[in-house]
Design a protein around this ligand. Structure first.
Ligand code: NAD
Length: 246
C-alpha cells in the first residue's frame, strides 16, 4: 500500500520490538521514516529508512534532532522501559528513571516537533502523534508494575491533553495500549525471572486468547493511527490486548 506516501514519520526506539516493526511497516506504506534508537547498532540492519541515534532522555539531542529533521507529519513515541516491582521495591532513582524514559521523553519530543507538525497539518489537513502506553496503565493494574503502570497512565493523560489543545489545528494525538507482546525485552523479562518457564506460562495465562501478541498483531493499528485513515480519531487510548480488558 501507499497509505503514507509523501509523509515523514519519526519513530523512537526503532531498534527492536514494536518500534522496529513499525518503522518497517510505515516505510512499506510509502512514508519517509526517520528511525531512531538509543542503541545505534540495533538500527544498522534497517533498510529504506533514515537511521539516527537518539536517546530520548537527552533533552539537548531532542532539540538538535528537531532542528535538523524539520517538519514531520507523524511522530511515534515508542520508547519505554519496564521496571519490575511493587511500590516497596521502588527506589527514588528507579522512579525518576521511569518518569524520564516513559513520560518526560514524550513531553520533550512533542514540544520539539509539534510546531513543525502544525505547519504540516495546515497543508495536508492532519498530522498525528502516537504515544506508546500499555494495558498496564490507568486501564488495568498488574502485579510488580508500579512505576510502569503509573508512567503509562501518565502517557494517556498527556495524550488527551495534547489532543484537546490542538484538535482545531488538525493535530491528532492518540495512545496505543498493547497487551503482552513477544519482543526482545519481554524475552529478557522472562529470562530474568526466578523460574523462566513458569514466567512465560504466567504471561500467556493472563492473555484470554491464550497466546502472546506478535509485533504483526500490533503494527496494523500503528500504521492506521499514523495515517489519514484515522483522521476522525483523536485523544483515544486504543487497546490491542487479545481480550485482557474485555
Ligand atoms: P523492546 O523493549 O524490546 O525494545 C525497546 C527499544 O527501546 C530498544 O531498541 C532500546 O534500545 C530502546 N530504548 C530504550 N531506552 C531508550 C532511550 N532512552 N532512548 C531511545 N531508545 C531507547 O521493545 P518493545 O517491547 O516493543 O517495547 C516498546 C514500547 O512498547 C515500550 O514503551 C514498552 O513499554 C511498550 N509496551 C511493550 C509491551 C510488551 O509486552 N512488549 C506491551 C505494552 C507496551
Amino acid at each position: 500500500g501507499r497509505r503514507l506516501a509523501g509523509r515523514t514519520v519519526l519513530v523512537t526506539a526503532a531498534g527492536q520490538g514494536m518500534g522496529r516493526a513499525a518503522a518497517i511497516a510505515l516505510a512499506a506504506e510509502g512514508a519517509r521514516v526517520i528511525a531512531t534508537d538509543r542503541d545505534a547498532g540495533l538500527l544498522a540492519g534497517l533498510e529504506g529508512v533514515d537511521i539516527r541515534q537518539l536517546d530520548v532522555t537527552d533533552a539537548a539531542a531532542i532539540g538538535a534532532m528537531a532542528a535538523d529533521v524539520g517538519e514531520i507529519d507523524g511522530l511515534f513515541n515508542c520508547a519505554g522501559i519496564v521496571p519490575h516491582g511493587t511500590i516497596l521495591d521502588l527506589t527514588d532513582d528507579q522512579w525518576q528513571q521511569a518518569l524520564d524514559v516513559n513520560v518526560t521523553s514524550m513531553v520533550r519530543m512533542t514540544r520539539a516537533f509539534l510546531p513543525g507538525m502544525l505547519k504540516r497539518a495546515e497543508i495536508t489537513g492532519t498530522a498525528s502523534i502516537l504515544n506508546m502506553s500499555s494495558m498496564a496503565s490507568s486501564i488495568k493494574g498488574f502485579i510488580n508494575r508500579t512505576a510502569y503502570g503509573a508512567t503509562k497512565a501518565a502517557v494517556i493523560g498527556l495524550t488527551k491533553a495534547v489532543a484537546a489543545d490542538f484538535v482545531k489545528q488538525g493535530l491528532r494525538c492518540n495512545a496505543l495500549c498493547p497487551g503482552t507482546v513477544d519482543t526482545p525485552s519481554l524475552r529478557g523479562r522472562i529470562a530474568a525471572a526466578a523460574d523462566p518457564v513458569q514466567a512465560e506460562k504466567d504471561f500467556i495465562a493472563r492473555q484470554p486468547m491464550g497466546r502472546l501478541a506478535t509485533v504483526d498483531d500490533i503494527t496494523p493499528l500503528i500504521v492506521y493511527l499514523l495515517s489519514d485513515e484515522s483522521r476522525f480519531v483523536t485523544g483515544q487510548a486504543v487497546s490491542v490486548d487479545g481480550g485482557v480488558t474485555i
